[in-house]
Design a protein around this ligand. Structure first.
Ligand SMILES: [Fe+2]
Length: 204
């Protein structure tokens, strides 16, 4: 007997080198301090982070080494999933500060080719990154058979949680729905998120 799996969802994990992580963390903390983000009001317990101006490329402007790391990692990812790694790319990135109790509800980054996040500060229980089975018909159908479901494996689960860690970066298809669970720690979580588009002849 053999079982084949088709249409896999490709999530890449790569770790930032330790010395680069220390620099990125310091740059982010300086940015947050300068903007006084920790003193600003946050919107109850349902809305997420203060983020930097998304019309600019945070990493490109403030942390070029990180921008280069994202750029090269994206090309490795593209090569793996069967797209030309020498394509022209446009990368947008922003900084997130998630104070205790905040979370970010289910959403996707519609229209971009690759999305990702790199955690710079990730205390324990500061909010897992949960992805959802995009085949909604399967997820709905599985509700009927939940009583017979054995321990989760790659075939019978509808959600999967990724635990953040300092220096860990993930990349995933922009259409993949995800959420960031509540920060249940006593400290802030800091991350850099990004969207990547392919541009044809320099146009969007
Ligand atoms: Fe997101």
């Amino acid at each position: 007997m053999q079982i084949e799996s088709f249409f896999p969802i490709h999530i890449m994990t790569v770790n930032q080198p330790t010395d680069m992580l220390a620099k990125s963390k310091s740059i982010a903390e300086t940015y947050i301090e300068a903007k006084k983000w920790k003193q600003k009001r946050h919107f109850g317990q349902t809305i997420t982070s203060y983020h930097s101006d998304t019309t600019i490329n945070y990493a490109g402007h403030f942390d070029p080494t990180l921008a280069e790391f994202i750029n090269f990692s994206a090309r490795d990812y593209m090569d793996y999933i069967g797209f030309d790694p020498d394509s022209d790319l446009r990368i947008e990135s922003w900084l997130n500060l998630n104070l205790p109790d905040t979370h970010h509800g289910k959403h996707e980054h519609f229209g971009c080719f690759i999305s990702g996040v790199l955690w710079l500060v990730a205390p324990e229980k500061s909010g897992n990154f949960t992805i959802f089975d995009p085949i909604t018909a399967r997820a709905q159908n599985n509700v009927h058979w939940a009583y017979a479901r054995m321990p989760h494996n790659q075939y019978n689960r509808n959600i999967h949680s990724i635990v953040p860690a300092e220096g860990k970066m993930i990349m995933f298809p922009g259409w993949l729905q995800h959420q960031v669970e509540a920060n249940e720690s006593d400290d802030a979580r800091i991350s850099v998120a990004f969207n990547i588009w392919m541009t044809k002849n320099g146009n969007n």
